[in-house]
Design a protein around this ligand. Sequence first.
Ligand code: XMP
Length: 606
Amino acid sequence: MTHDAIAVIDFGGQYAHLIATKVRRLHVLAEIRQPEDPIDAFRGYRGLILSGSPSFSSFGEDSGYTKAIYDLDVPILGFCFGHQEMAKHYGGTVVHGGREWGPADLQVIAECPLFAGLGRTERVWMSHFDSVTSVGPGFHEVGYTTLGEGGAPHRFAAIANESLRRYGFQYHPEVDDTVHGSEMIANFVFGVCGCQPSWTMERYVEERIEQVRQQVGDQSVFLLASGGVDSTVAARLLGMAIGADRLHLLHVDNGLMRKDESRAVLETFAAFGLDRNLHFIDASDTFLAALAGVVEPEQKRTIIGNAFIEVFEREAKRLGIEGHLLGQGTIYPDTIETGGTKRADTIKTHHNRVPVIERMIEQGRVIEPLADLYKVEVRELGEKLGIAHSLIWRHPFPGPGLGVRLLCSSGAEARDGFDEIEPTVAEVARRYGVGAMALPIKSVGVKADLRSYEHPVLISGDAPWERLLELAAAIFKGVAGINRCIWNLGPSAPARVRPLAATVTRERLDLLREADARVMDGLRRHRIYDDIWQCPTALVPLEVDGTGREFVVVRPIHSERAMTATPASLPAALIAELREQILSLPGVSGLALDITTKPPGTIEWE
Ligand code: XMP
């Protein structure tokens, strides 16, 4: 090995590759290893990091890994499941309970090299059902967490055994929301493991171009180009590797685009000189026909992914493009959320990871030059490749587009668990001086690396932004079966809400396009577009006033890698405008702002 390196053992947690990315950002090589790899695969590293997992340590799930790693004389650091497994291995106990989602405050109570240069209280990020309740001989508690003022302590959030150089964090230092997480990882990598920084992004670009040339050989590439950041950076990188002549771009209007989006995309490609072999097809009829009558979110996602391939193959034939690979701007979260690594749970099937594409990948017919990067790295790469700032910093737009923002329903009420949920939600909200009701519908979320499909809670009443976020966190912590909180912007708290039967139709899409256009326009006019990472607008088939009209939810978030997110506040003047503009759209009767962190919600509702 020419570089000092760290091995990240991937137990299937949503953030395992993010750990590797965070280490590489420190210019230290990080490689992913599987838990059952033979012990020799773990030799030669300066340190090991154990990732989180969708498995439960308390139930002994996934405990059959190569335990001989603990005999290696190198430092080991465990996060979440990795922390629990390490505690258990050395004689501690882990129980199923003590769940925490999102932010918590770590109180550091002992000296530890991993906290060198940091404060006694650190904001950290949680996503767990299981907890460590005692540690074995030689280990001690370095910190515990609390939530909000006067919150009960959560013990053993950070543990250490200095003589063995074993450390564990219940929280996730690898996510950006752990404010000094990178410093904690750097303290491990440099301070404890003694690594030298020698790995760079320039090296990455050179290696990637070489890999693309080898994979493509003398074939051509036909790239699905949505006009978003990822496919545009992929187009530039592929162009550099194989030349513009052998690169064809296909932009598909799937009927699920934003208002006037396809026209703008084609103009942008032309402006950036990427229109040499650019093809366009309006395939909205194909997509809408395939989606007709479908309600279930995963089914919608699969149908959209399949329709892309159907259109792609039809167009390749029509244009006479032969001997080509399918190019996609897939990035890492698309793979991990689709359950695309060995142990990861399927949170949602991304459009570029449906089974038909998985089969094409196995056959070597797909090229995805960005597949191990996160959005922030794609943007960094795009800047290095000279792509215009305005394109690189556009808000991400998902491949299935408005298809995952247009919620559908059979009209049946989902009220499972409501006997317990309703009184508990009302009781928590009362403490904050507002009203709250669980909604009889469901949306997708992610909890402790597992997919959740649970109820949102609608909060009505006025409270300062920080208090609202605290209330949401208290609801997630105190009430099972809830993965989302939204704040009512309508004039009053609804007395009764009811799901409406609704599927994907052009009329509903047009209504959503209109609402979305107003939100985007508002963000730009109020000059906060660049401060916000993404702002989905969802149309939810829920009536709040008995008139059969739908509900709109706006979800402004801050994020860096989409693996976690925090809700972004909007200026009062913009909220007032949105109230006026969106509530006056024919077909809309309610409006709310999503105030959910990820986890436990995901960014998109489906
Ligand atoms: P979630 O909803 O999983 O979204 O928190 C994370 C990020 O991924 C985007 N997203 C997708 N992007 N194909 C994509 O290209 C997809 O199928 C897809 N689903 C979600 C989402 O907009 C957010 O930025």
